[in-house]
Ligand binder design. Sequence first.
Ligand code: TYD
Ligand code: MG
Length: 426
Amino acid sequence: MKEKTYYVCSNCGFKTTKWSGKCPNCGEWNTLKQEIQNKHKSHSLNIVKLDEIDLKETINYKTNYKQIDDFLGGGFVSGGVYLVAGSPGIGKSTLLLQLSKYLLENNHNVLYISAEESANQLSLKANRLNSKIQVLESNDLDEIVFALKQDYNIFIIDSIHTIYSSEVDSYVGSINQVRLCAQKLIETAKEYNKTLIIVSHITKEGIIAGPKALEHLVDAVFYLESDEKFNHRLLRATKNRFASTEQVVIFQMTQNGLKIVEDEFLTYIEDATESEGKAIGAILEGSYLMFVEIQALCVRSPFGMPRRTSVGFDLNRLNMLLAVIEKRLGISSLEYDVYLNVIGGFKINNTLVDMAVAASIISSLKKIIIQKNYVFLGEIDLLGNIRKIKLPDVLRKKLNSSNIKLFLQENTPNVESLLKAILQGH
Ligand code: TYD
Ligand code: MG
């Protein structure tokens, strides 16, 4: 029997034959762990004729909540394997208990396998959601594989990090455990045509095997994110074999679980007064528009080296926008300190607010107040042109019947027309 030694990163699952202190793939330190592979497989080829394959029937298990079913591409698919990832405490268990409830109410039988919380703890949560979900309390891989073969269609595993197989000589939650357990569960789900939803945590430290290591094994990867201030939860797909990844679902966390946000407009604006240096930006998420307030303060710099400070928006991007404004509009910020702030404590990682950032800077430098019903949506490129985006019809309709004036590529193709719009509204 020939043995081969290799190293696997506990953060991203990267495999290499050479050990190093830093993972060459994800850059984390001290994450490469040794593994030994036995090379004694015998070869047997299983060649089949395509027309003789007994195709498994695909069923869609709907939740009967339009936003969720649309997000899923018509419901959970039989034989489909889903990964739901998010930070601890963000509401993954709450979400899945709730999805179980919806599926149950729609006459789909679900088994919730809790490997992390006791059925008691879970029932406290479920009580708040008023639900009669069936729960198996287990973290034993063999037992769970056995459960998967039983007469349920949809299985939820919460979470993969606490499942243990004695076949692997490694601690619970290690990359080896997580990967082997996930593989076995997925194989079984596929073989028995069951829907499998696997919960996975994200940690910054990379100590617990991250969902990155599982992403390629599953059909769909969902992330649950939050903005703490407004207690919203955003469900996003980074991969989905069964639907487009453009849709998102936004929930509000309440005392009685997560409620789907029905309104397409989400405003994160606290103060509706007009003032210099203020612009409202919009971010497009699926069929939601989120409004955020951007403030810029440009004051004469007492020093030769003007300061640029940004809270909630990328500083490099701010510098780029200042350069574009100077080059294309001849509005110079060279002698000014520039402070930029996204109100509400948001960290905006989205270039769709470029136009609003540029508008707030122009407003501050030129001392022009922007009308309060003006909203800007669009990424600005290096040449000062606005990128085109596709606005969903629901939003278009809703905007038409509101008093909001939305500036985007179709009516404001570049920074010159942005300046013109601001001046005209003045
Ligand atoms: P949880 O689903 O346990 O998070 P995760 O599984 O991602 O670790 O959610 C935990 C938080 O959600 C906890 O702080 C309590 C809160 N919560 C509510 O606000 N309302 C509810 O109805 C429930 C069930 C939980
Ligand atoms: Mg949980």
